[in-house]
Design a protein around this ligand. Structure first.
Ligand SMILES: *[C@@H]1O[C@H](CO)[C@@H](O)[C@H](O)[C@H]1NC(C)=O
Ligand SMILES: *[C@@H]1O[C@H](CO)[C@@H](O)[C@H](O)[C@H]1NC(C)=O
Ligand SMILES: *[C@@H]1O[C@H](CO)[C@@H](O)[C@H](O)[C@H]1NC(C)=O
Ligand SMILES: *[C@@H]1O[C@H](CO)[C@@H](O)[C@H](O)[C@H]1NC(C)=O
Ligand SMILES: *[C@@H]1O[C@H](CO)[C@@H](O)[C@H](O)[C@H]1NC(C)=O
Ligand SMILES: *[C@@H]1O[C@H](CO)[C@@H](O)[C@H](O)[C@H]1NC(C)=O
Ligand SMILES: *[C@@H]1O[C@H](CO)[C@@H](O)[C@H](O)[C@H]1NC(C)=O
Ligand SMILES: *[C@@H]1O[C@H](CO)[C@@H](O)[C@H](O)[C@H]1NC(C)=O
Length: 348
């Protein structure tokens, strides 16, 4: 087995001086850096075109020392998109396990255009206000297993992505066959598990289960935007427990966040076949908020055995252009989910 860890610091880069930190080309499915136009800073640990990669340690810690980068972002003096703590591009057979990753400058672990990825028993820590410090972001990748991870950070704990607007549509690399299980943690401003908002290459065949989320803005969020195109389909979300979450389950429209102004306004996301079951939440601020991107209709959304204790008892589900069925759901779902009797939203 080949084991490769390419440490950028071995190139003599000085972490004290962001301007000296090398730049690389943007990903084709983003067309530019995620935060700034043009090239982006390379990741602390960066690999490309690798096979058989193991990154592990007996709960050892890699500290990304991200503060200097968060400061540039807060000060609005960041010239190029921040790098990740670990990014693997176009690689296969990856195992990342038994380590603690702290203080990533940006998204912490970013496998993109990868296949056969196992991420197991990871602890990811960042200050709860550190900007965009997502935990694990599988992006245009398939056959991915993320399990037994504890994550606390300033952005989504796990976010599945697949490229941005017209660039993601033309590259057309989906994220599929993904299992996320036994993940726990907290993110006061974002989600436990997010799908999107960059989902232009499509996301399918995803199982999210045995999630425990507390003190967070959302437990599960599906997020898209006008211009994304793509699809999110065949998603199973089950056995989710949560406490002190603002909005337990949210489908949101996105914030008109585009790669550039050449995106196709008629490229709407297609979202269907999402099954959410066995969910328990207490001390929640709101009932679910499910809103389709303007002009799109989401169908085939199934809720079963969902119990959400909302602090303001009169709070109701809020639905817009999202349809499906709900069985054994508290509080009562919106009209859009009161059709009944068919079997597709069944047990199994
Ligand atoms: C950003 O660019 C400006 C203008 O070129 C330069 O003065 C500044 O040092 C750069 N800052 C960083 C962090 O690269
Ligand atoms: C991906 O990596 C393989 C080597 O594993 C290489 O042959 C191929 O050209 C790379 N593809 C891209 C798009 O970089
Ligand atoms: C996770 O990693 C820690 C530290 O390396 C180890 O003690 C523990 O046994 C591991 N757990 C699993 C399930 O692998
Ligand atoms: C691993 O390290 C993290 C942070 O350093 C610590 O919180 C956690 O308890 C450790 N886990 C194990 C199994 O030693
Ligand atoms: C913003 O930049 C100034 C001057 O470069 C620096 O002294 C300050 O610490 C920075 N503040 C933050 C919040 O990053
Ligand atoms: C992770 O830790 C567990 C428990 O110590 C051990 O069984 C497993 O082999 C380790 N995995 C790796 C890849 O080191
Ligand atoms: C849906 O996803 C599941 C699990 O990821 C997979 O086993 C199943 O084959 C998929 N169904 C279709 C119709 O692709
Ligand atoms: C549900 O998930 C929790 C972790 O949040 C786990 O402890 C429990 O065993 C799971 N229940 C089932 C029935 O899988």
């Amino acid at each position: 087995m080949e084991i490769c860890i390419a440490l950028t610091s071995a190139l003599g880069c000085n972490v004290q001086d962001p301007e000296e930190w090398p730049l690389i080309a943007p990903l084709p499915s983003y067309g530019r850096g995620r935060e700034r136009l043009g090239p982006r800073h390379i990741s602390l640990i960066h690999g490309e075109g690798l096979n058989d990669v193991v990154i592990t340690g007996d709960n050892g810690t890699i500290d990304g020392q991200g503060r200097i980068w968060w400061d540039l972002w807060w000060n609005r003096t960041l010239n190029h998109t921040r790098g990740h703590l670990i990014e693997l591009v176009n690689s296969t057979n990856i195992m990342i396990s038994n380590i603690t990753l702290r203080n990533s400058p940006f998204w912490t672990v970013h496998p993109v255009y990868c296949r056969n990825v196992v991420i197991r028993n990871l602890t990811v820590l960042a200050p709860l206000n550190a900007p965009n410090t997502d935990g694990i972001d599988p992006d245009s990748s398939s056959e991915v297993c993320i399990e037994d991870c504890y994550i606390e950070s300033g952005d989504d704990l796990v976010a599945i992505k697949s490229g941005w607007d017209q660039y993601g549509i033309s590259v057309g690399k989906p994220s599929s066959n993904i299992i996320i299980q036994r993940v726990s943690g907290t993110t006061p401003t974002c989600s436990g598990v997010g799908l999107g908002s960059e989902m232009s290459g499509g996301i399918s065949n995803v199982i999210v289960r045995d999630l425990h989320i507390w003190n967070s803005a959302q437990a599960v969020r599906i997020k898209s935007d006008v211009g994304r195109g793509g699809y999110i389909t065949n998603i199973t979300i089950e056995n989710i427990s949560m406490e002190k979450v603002k909005v337990p389950i949210r489908f949101s429209r996105g914030a008109d966040d585009h790669s550039d102004d050449r995106y196709d306004r008629s490229a709407l996301p297609r979202i269907s076949d999402v099954r959410i079951r066995n969910v328990v939440g207490v001390d929640l601020q709101r009932a679910p908020i499910l809103e389709a991107v303007h002009g799109a209709v989401y169908e085939g959304i199934c809720f079963r055995n969902v119990s959400l204790r909302v602090i303001r008892r009169q709070d109701r589900w809020q639905c817009e252009s999202v349809y499906g069925e709900a069985h054994d759901v508290f509080p009562a779902p919106c009209e859009e989910f009161r059709r009944n009797g068919s079997s597709w939203c069944g047990h199994s």
